[in-house]
Write a protein that binds this ligand. Sequence first.
Ligand code: F3S
Length: 69
Amino acid sequence: MEGGLNMRIIVDHDVCTGHGRCAAVAPSVYSLDDAGFSAITETDVAPEHEAAARTGANNCPERAITIVD
Ligand code: F3S
């Protein structure tokens, strides 16, 4: 691996229904807005947070979170 782009996460706000699991299991990556929906739309993930990003995505019951490697 050399000079690769960071992983990105994309949250589909048409699909997020505010379960909040993402932020509960991976608070280093995910956060919620005042209404309890994902506060993230699209963001880079630092290498040290990649595992947490995947955990959060895997724990979304709506599969609203897409990981882009
Ligand atoms: Fe939304 Fe899924 Fe998180 S529904 S708040 S992206 S667990």
